[in-house]
Design a protein around this ligand. Structure first.
Ligand SMILES: CC(C)(COP(=O)(O)OP(=O)(O)OC[C@H]1O[C@@H](n2cnc3c(N)ncnc32)[C@H](O)[C@@H]1OP(=O)(O)O)[C@@H](O)C(=O)NCCC(=O)NCCS
Length: 150
């Protein structure tokens, strides 16, 4: 990857962001039940969405949610979605996207960033651990809750 950079999701990039592909078997991990349920009542103002570009090509999408009043502690500053295009995976775009979320959370003065994911073969667990998330518990749907202390 030559020149990765992050941009706010915009009218120029939304089609590409929605067209990012997955590798076979990854579909089942992309939207944990916790997030699918939370999404229904999510406040767009609290949603932070960015694309990662390699040069002019959109290679990844990342969504975080910042709601310090959420009754669910692991949803107060959470990485909600990350998707690196199948053809761009394994070259650092995922780590780059997580670093962008961490930078945003730090800018907001937060002390931790959480993620909820499904464990299992073909899923994102090894990636999340590699970039620094440590499991701390389970969601009410039995998914892994993990966090990075900032
Ligand atoms: C999970 C995902 C975001 C990772 O993105 P990526 O661009 O391939 O990851 P990176 O290349 O930035 O990898 C970062 C580190 O994690 C490691 N890593 C990534 N995937 C890994 C895997 N499946 N197994 C072991 N290590 C892995 C890399 O080796 C790298 O380590 P290093 O920096 O020490 O060399 C990507 O595979 C994806 O989009 N998956 C489908 C969607 C999904 O499941 N999203 C999560 C739920 S919302």
């Amino acid at each position: 990857m030559s020149e990765l950079h992050v941009e706010e999701l915009s009218a120029d990039t939304i089609v590409a962001a929605n067209s990012l592909s997955l590798k076979p078997g990854q579909e089942e991990f992309i939207a944990p039940t916790t997030y699918a349920v939370a999404m229904v009542v999510a406040d767009p103002q609290k949603t932070w969405q960015r694309v990662v570009l390699d040069g002019r090509e959109v290679v990844a999408f990342v969504r975080a949610y910042f709601d310090d009043e959420s009754p669910t502690d692991y949803l107060r500053a959470a990485l909600w979605r990350i998707n690196v295009d199948a053809n761009a995976q394994g070259r650092g775009a995922g780590r780059f996207a997580v670093d962008a979320v961490i930078a945003e959370a730090r800018k907001r003065g937060l002390s931790r960033l959480t993620v909820v994911y499904e464990a299992g073969d073909g899923g994102p667990e090894a990636f999340f651990r590699r970039v620094g998330f440590r499991p701390t518990g389970e969601s009410e749907y039995g998914e892994v809750v993990a966090e990075i202390a900032l």
